[in-house]
Design a protein around this ligand. Structure first.
Ligand SMILES: C[S@@+](CC[C@H](N)C(=O)[O-])C[C@H]1O[C@@H](n2cnc3c(N)ncnc32)[C@H](O)[C@@H]1O
Length: 391
């Protein structure tokens, strides 16, 4: 009885912290899903009308390279769309070097004057956010990079400082790992550092509900992992990390590089930061429309026949806490799609066991296709990926 009350208090506190963090902060400074995999599944073309959850906006810009008719970037947290707007303003302004300094290196020597030139291009809410936070791009600050701000950036900062300063050998080997060119090299290096990576501090940090709240992992997802994975949360994260660092080539894995070093490089960066893509991005920037709303609210207010929905892993969030909201979202997706519309989801769980029967019969899944692509994902922290096509 006392144990149960204690557990309820801990759970309640985690939910409260999660909500407080999400109502006040920028959470994601990098999209944590691999668009190289997505674009093989989505097959975007000039007729595509895409709905995607914004997160940090990186993948919206990646999809823009396929020149779809429109991309609706939807996020319930307006700070995430403020981030996408800052990227779009830089792209529309037309100076690639400025874009790369800000979002490739995470800092700009003249960030204040550059921002002064950009701010009139931003909607009011984005301007209000960046008026307060533009010093995230101050290379002289103690963190030296935008990629260590926002709540997921703050966790990356703590972990990367710990790993890079704990032991010189570990530091050298981590940089060797980032520079490795073959899987054999990666495996040999990883075998020498794995025990040090999972020292007491890292294991403790990963188990903290506050860490997970700051990384944007809500309790339903933690529950899914801890109940479905034999080693619990630490076992899950360490197995996923081992896979992505030893079975997927790292030389263009910009996801892990940016959190370890605070910056991308010219060769290891998202497509929206490649000079050869800049002209196309600039020409297509007007096709992005942002919406500060839930997916359901967006669809109620903007009915249509959308061709693609990229839902990231947010249905894990709904499945446990808000089954009515999950049902409503699927009703609206199916009403606002057309036969052949594609829906892409990821989950912490190895299977999508939360979908209602009526959804499963309204769509067709392609498990062979997604199961073959999932292990190649450079993020590597999800349990599964799913493509549903509307019948
Ligand atoms: C689901 S989270 C997960 C992060 C993700 N895996 C990524 O790529 O970074 C991505 C974004 O979805 C937003 N979000 C969560 N539930 C939402 C909903 N029902 N409608 C709209 N946005 C939502 C969050 O604010 C967050 O910025």
């Amino acid at each position: 009885m006392v144990k149960n009350i204690g557990k309820q208090l801990v759970n309640g506190a985690h939910d409260w912290v999660f909500k407080a963090v999400h109502n006040r902060c920028l959470i994601y400074n990098v999209c944590w899903e691999d668009p190289r995999i997505d674009r093989q599944i989505l097959n975007l073309d000039a007729a595509s009308q895409v709905v995607v959850l914004t997160s940090a906006g990186c993948n919206t810009l990646d999809y823009l390279l396929d020149s779809p008719a429109a991309i609706h970037a939807v996020d319930v947290n307006p700070r995430q769309n403020a981030l996408l707007h800052l990227k779009l303003a830089l792209i529309e302004r037309g100076d690639f070097a400025d874009l790369f300094r800000m979002f490739g290196q995470g800092a700009h020597p003249n960030f204040r004057s550059l921002y002064a030139a950009l701010r009139t291009r931003l909607p009011d809410y984005a301007r209000a956010f960046w008026d307060q936070k533009i010093a995230y791009f101050d290379g002289d600050s103690h963190k030296r990079s935008f990629y260590y701000y926002g709540t997921s950036g703050a966790i990356a900062w703590i972990l990367s400082r710990y790993l890079l300063s704990a032991d010189r050998h570990l530091r050298t080997r981590l940089f060797d790992l980032l520079d490795a060119q073959t899987l054999d090299e990666q495996r040999a290096i990883y075998a020498t550092i794995e025990p040090a990576l999972w020292g007491c501090f890292t294991s403790w940090l990963v188990r903290q509900p506050m860490t997970m709240a700051m990384l944007g992992v809500p309790r339903p997802q933690i529950y899914l992992i801890s109940t479905q994975y034999p080693g619990g949360l630490v076992g899950y994260v360490s197995a996923k990390l081992r896979h992505v660092l030893t079975e997927v080539l790292i030389h263009d894995n910009y996801f892990w590089r940016v959190y370890l070093t605070g910056a991308y490089t010219a060769d290891c960066s998202p497509n929206y930061l490649k000079p050869e893509n800049f002209a196309r991005l600039r020409a297509n920037a007007g096709r992005v429309h942002t919406h500060n709303a839930t997916v359901s609210r967006f669809l109620q207010q903007n009915p249509g026949a959308y061709s693609h929905f990229v839902l990231l892993d947010h249905q894990d969030w709904l499945a446990w806490h808000q089954p009515d909201a999950l049902r409503e979202e699927w009703e609206l997706i199916l009403t606002n799609s057309r036969p052949g519309s594609r829906i892409l989801l990821r989950s912490a769980s190895p299977a999508l066991n939360f979908l209602p029967e009526w959804v499963q019969s309204a769509v067709r899944f392609f498990p062979e296709h997604t199961a073959a692509l999932h292990p190649l994902d450079r993020v590597g922290t999800y349990g599964s990926m799913h493509l549903a096509e509307v019948r």
